[in-house]
Design a binder for this molecule. Structure first.
Ligand code: GLA
Length: 659
């Protein structure tokens, strides 16, 4: 079943204002609402006195009209009494400043009082709602780490960090060794000498910093795990999810998603922005557990609580297109944020389906039309999933390492992953994301962008995948560092040398916008001529063959990219960051064929496959008409016709074909 919903805050409305909400929801075919994530103060107005009847009444009224409820644990904002009583549970930033109450996300997940109070409210809510008709699942908290609060520098965190390190390293000698703490006299004799990487005159030891990033992420995961396990025990018939933030970099979502039945994410695209950015985050979120929801889908102008600025109005057709894009990339539920714009508070400007006055206008009508379309395709969508032969390795420790030490100015690990992703998408293929221990068996091609933290186990896994017939693509900075974030004392690309069949002779970060020309080399090269910047590596081939070389200047003739035949497969090493057009050419050459060729730049094509065949989604994200040629004419499920094989798409148009 496809869930189609809205985020609803009954505590923001008087009964008179709320009177018309449920009939309007029903007319728009909304079948689920998410509620309660900031209402701890209403659920527990005094410590230990719980009030659920106000929410029960809403759940029951919704249920009567066939609308289910996803409840949230409200732990993101403890009531004022809790903070007054336990001020020590407030977070501190790296400079030691308190993160004060008055907004949200201000409590430290390592503070024992906060953990205890959070545990109690989750327990009470779980018990109260376990058997209530209409409640189908839970969202824990809200967007862990939002407003850059993943990393807290308070004393609770300091002592929890020491415990975390003790568990990982057992003794100070091991930690000194792992961190290379001889540098700048950073060696420890006692655990209580270790502190957090708080504000200091120069940059922290990268290994210390990476462990702090890991610890901070683990803190969020531990908090999620506690709620997940408690809710699963109390409410075995409900699902438990958390609303992630797509490409948010600070939490290892691979680990966090293990403690969900499926993850969700919150999608706020801008009209006219690069349409593959939301797709990237849909596919990242789907990859954690194979399915996902969009728990907050933008449905009106945004309204930034910090700047006070109101975002742009979605253009006609945008909300519908964003919704179908989520479904096309595998979402099984889409909930709009929010049902109606709030009259008060920091997000007054953050609009929903309805404006402040609650009048159903253009955006409401578009949501209602989309709801009707989704209901029409419900049977065809049931049991279908996205399958793809392409994977990108996206690992959070590598991201954190590169965040601290990008090497060259402007380098960003996630942007690099995204550039590869975009190139793959342009070929028509979807992408799964994988982590270092994921099973690669179902893929034909695995990109491992900037795989900088590498041990033998990861190299062996990728090598085995290549030897068995797969294609691996490595890019600059690969294999340079140990998992502890120290440098390997071996030639780059370290543990990848054997599978890539090369060594790196020289690395060259470019600081002043210099470019190098590269040209194809060898016989049939997948690498086109291009101008590259930021960072280049000069490669010395062993078993590998050059596929690109530098075409001018001091590096003229030196090797820039290689191909190595490895067992039944192939390993490419790109010693340069290919610009977008060149990356598209490269991806098209190394990926399996896709049934639709020459896809226009604004058009996205995806497939969901089930027992009864595949659905092909064709979405024109642009404003101009586009033409796509399908392999043959197929039934189009939204219009009921059988157009093609040549298809004309209007701007913002979505078509769904049955293959
Ligand atoms: C996030 C949060 C919501 C709301 C919206 C709009 O996604 O989860 O609570 O704040 O942003 O700001």
């Amino acid at each position: 079943m496809m869930y189609f919903g809205a985020c609803y805050y009954p505590e923001h409305w008087t009964p008179k204002q709320a009177k018309d909400h449920i009939p309007l929801m029903k007319q728009a075919r909304i079948n689920v609402v998410r509620m309660g994530e900031f209402a701890w103060n209403r659920f527990e107005p005094e410590q230990g006195r719980y009030r659920f009847e106000w929410m029960d009444a809403v759940i029951q009224a919704l249920h009567k009209e066939g609308i289910s409820s996803v409840l949230c644990t409200p732990t993101c904002i403890p009531p004022q009494w809790a903070v007054q009583k336990h001020p020590g549970m407030l977070q501190r930033d790296a400079e030691g400043r308190v993160r004060n109450p008055g907004s949200r996300c201000h409590c430290c997940k390592n503070a024992p009082e906060y953990q205890m109070l959070a545990d109690r409210i989750v327990d009470q809510m779980g018990r109260h709602y376990a058997g209530m008709p209409g409640v189908i699942g839970w969202q824990t908290d809200n967007e862990f780490g939002c407003h850059r609060t993943t990393r807290c520098y308070c004393d609770h965190c300091q002592s929890a960090f020491r415990d975390w390190l003790l568990e990982k390293y057992k003794d100070t000698d091991s930690i000194n060794q792992a961190w290379g703490a001889a540098f700048w006299g950073f060696e420890f004799q006692q655990w209580n000498e270790i502190s957090l990487p708080r504000h200091m005159p120069a940059g922290p030891n990268p290994s210390h910093w990476l462990d702090f990033a890991r610890f901070s992420s683990d803190t969020q995961v531990k908090f999620q795990r506690a709620q997940y396990e408690l809710l699963k025990q109390l409410c075995p018939n409900h699902f438990v999810t958390h609303n992630l933030m797509g490409g948010f970099p600070e939490i290892d979502y691979w680990k966090l998603a293990e403690y969900t039945d499926f993850p969700s994410w919150d999608n706020y695209p801008e009209s006219g922005e690069d349409p593959f950015l939301p797709a990237y985050q849909h596919e990242i979120t789907r990859s954690f557990r194979g399915r996902f929801w969009v728990m907050e889908q933008k449905s009106g102008p945004t309204g930034d609580a910090n700047t006070g600025l109101m975002g742009e109005q979605p253009e006609p057709g945008d909300i519908r297109r964003w919704t179908w894009q989520a479904v096309a990339n595998g979402a099984d539920g889409v909930c709009y944020f929010r049902w109606r714009a709030c009259l008060s508070g920091a997000e007054q400007y953050w609009h929903g389906i309805l404006d402040h006055d609650g009048v159903a206008r253009r955006r409401y009508r578009e949501v209602a039309e989309t709801g009707a379309e989704l209901a029409k395709l419900g049977d065809a969508l049931a049991g279908t999933v996205v399958q793809t032969p392409v994977a990108i390795l996206r690992n959070y420790a590598m991201l954190w390492s590169a965040e601290r030490q990008p090497g060259a100015p402007g380098f960003h690990y996630d942007n690099h992953c995204y550039e590869i992703y975009r190139a793959v998408k342009r070929s028509g293929h979807g992408c799964d994301f994988v982590d270092i221990a994921s099973d690669l068996g179902k893929y034909a091609v695995v990109f491992a962008p900037c795989a900088c933290l590498v041990d033998k186990a990861l190299a062996d896994r990728l090598d085995a995948f290549a030897q068995a017939g797969g294609t691996v693509v490595l890019t600059p900075q690969s294999g340079a560092r140990t998992p502890a974030n120290t440098m390997w004392a071996y030639p780059r690309p370290g543990a990848f040398v054997a599978m890539a069949g090369l060594t790196v002779e020289e690395v060259r970060p470019y600081h002043h916008g210099q470019t190098e020309a590269i040209a194809p080399a060898g016989g049939s090269s997948p690498v086109p001529a291009a101008a590259v910047e930021n960072w280049v590596e000069v490669l010395t081939c062993r078993e590998a063959q050059p596929v690109a070389q530098f075409a001018g200047g001091r590096l003229k003739g030196a090797c820039a990219a290689t191909r190595n035949v490895r067992g039944k497969g192939t390993v490419y090493y790109l010693g340069v960051y290919l610009p977008p057009a060149a990356m598209e050419t490269f991806a098209a050459a190394v990926l399996p064929p896709f049934p639709v060729a020459d896809i226009p730049p604004d058009v996205e094509i995806t497939r969901r496959t089930g027992k009864q065949g595949s659905l092909l989604f064709v979405i024109n994200h642009g404003r101009q008409p586009q033409t796509v040629v399908l392999p043959k004419a197929c039934p189009e499920l939204l219009s009921g016709g059988t157009p093609g094989p040549e298809i004309k798409l209007e701007g913002n148009q979505v078509l769904v074909f049955k293959l």
